[in-house]
Design a protein around this ligand. Sequence first.
Ligand code: FES
Length: 568
Amino acid sequence: MTKRRSQHWYGKLDKDGFIHRSWMKNQGYPDHAFDGRPVIGICNTWSELTPCNSGLRDLAEMVKRGVWEAGGFPVEFPVMSLGETQMKPTAMLFRNLLAMDVEESIRAYGIDGVVLLGGCDKTTPGQLMGAASVDLPSIVVSSGPMLNGKWKGKDIGSGTDVWKFSEAVRAGEMTLQDFMAAESGMSRSKGVCMTMGTASTMASLVEVMGMALPTNAALPAVDARRQALAHLTGKRIVEMVDEDLKPSDILTKEAFENAILANAAVGGSTNAVVHLLALAGRVGVDLSLDDFELGSEIPLLVNCMPSGKYLMEDFCYAGGMPVVLNRLGDKLRSSKTVLGGDISVYADGAECYNDDVIKTVDDPVKPAAGLRVLKGNLAPNGAIVKPSAATDRLLEHEAEAFVFENIEDLKANIDRDDLPVTPDTILVLKGCGPKGYPGMPEVGNMPIPAKLVRQGIKDMIRVSDARMSGTAFGTVILHVSPEAQAGGPLALVKTGDRIRVSASKGELELLVDDAELETRRAAWEPDAEHYMRGYAKLYVDHVLQADQGADLDFLVGKDTRLVTRESH
Ligand code: FES
């Protein structure tokens, strides 16, 4: 057998081996912990500032039980945690920093395999990206969703109902007192948002890509079965090290295609697009925005908010992802999982216990649910829209634009009584892309102008270079690429220009002639940069556009070489 990676640290009979072992022994480990058994890193994003991941400390202990049981040596280490609801200007700015932290932590230490403990939106892709760039055997355990929100006798969903309540307060239909009272009912336990937001989307896609054990996506954070799953994951990673089963064996083009199909079937977040593109870049899979059209004819099966009415707890009790995979049937590509077999094994024998929560292909929530990619002279490199969360009538539309030059412009003017907009107006927001904000925040689902909210208007076309929360809804055209700050045509749009949207044809056109656009381009200048130093400066200088996953250009790809130089 070839020497384990960890033995280059702990198996040496010299000064370096003494130092590596001796300092670890200060934690009470006996000699046999260093006898050549697999050393398993438990990469933990637990943090009190990331409430969605606050259960991960407990889960790490369960993973350790499984690792010890299987004859491994577990070592837990912290990495940067990204609390979606707590960070400014946006957690997305730091996804790539987390990925760097994960990658370099794995590379620098004497470990043979990794269990990734994440959950909140950016933690899952950040950890996967980092792990993929080192390519040691890796497996995910997710936080799991919170219990269903409950308020005034009704189920309420993270995010989705916040947007609804906020609009109801603006329309004068909900008191501020009720609005504040709903906060406590919404978040009743540890765990991630219990809608099919970005966290549960990414956990679902991790499962369908075969990077976690079956049922990982939907088991509630506080369900004892999630602890058992963590224990079983600890056992399995030890076997994966012995089998040398790595992310590059699992994250194939077919696995990404399965993720795109499943994202449509679960009504998943638009954020999955940038995360899958970035992850594909790490493992060298040729994935483009156009590949997401693969999901466009897939029916929406999972009836969860924001595209449906139930919540993740209901999804779990109905059977979870194994049922979705079962119902996708032979649409799924053959691809390998962390169990070593084919993904179809995850679907074998899956029974559905509530056909209203997980609908059938013949009776779906919506017949075609996948994201649509839009291109045209307003988005030469593409933009996306999520039809399952949109208003059908607005998916084919032509109207005048009203332009907000940046987020401050929007906040200062959106509620003006004299704002010259109608329900048909197309709202345009600039300066919210990867470089512009920076970090591509979730502000694409900009609020409906107050004067229209009071008329009962609930949806309008909104176009921007931003993202939107996976829990949000509306006819929202996102990720316009290139972004305004990078000089994309979005930068040239003026109030009064006509824009044409056709989701069926995949078009997003600015109806202004080329000569006029050239005149505007000659007069255009990017905004002054807000961040002049540190990580944010590095990010702005190196971030790729949304259609390439918004990774940093120098992080694309991987380096699997063993570090041979010592520090002493
Ligand atoms: Fe963390 Fe939704 S804010 S999962």
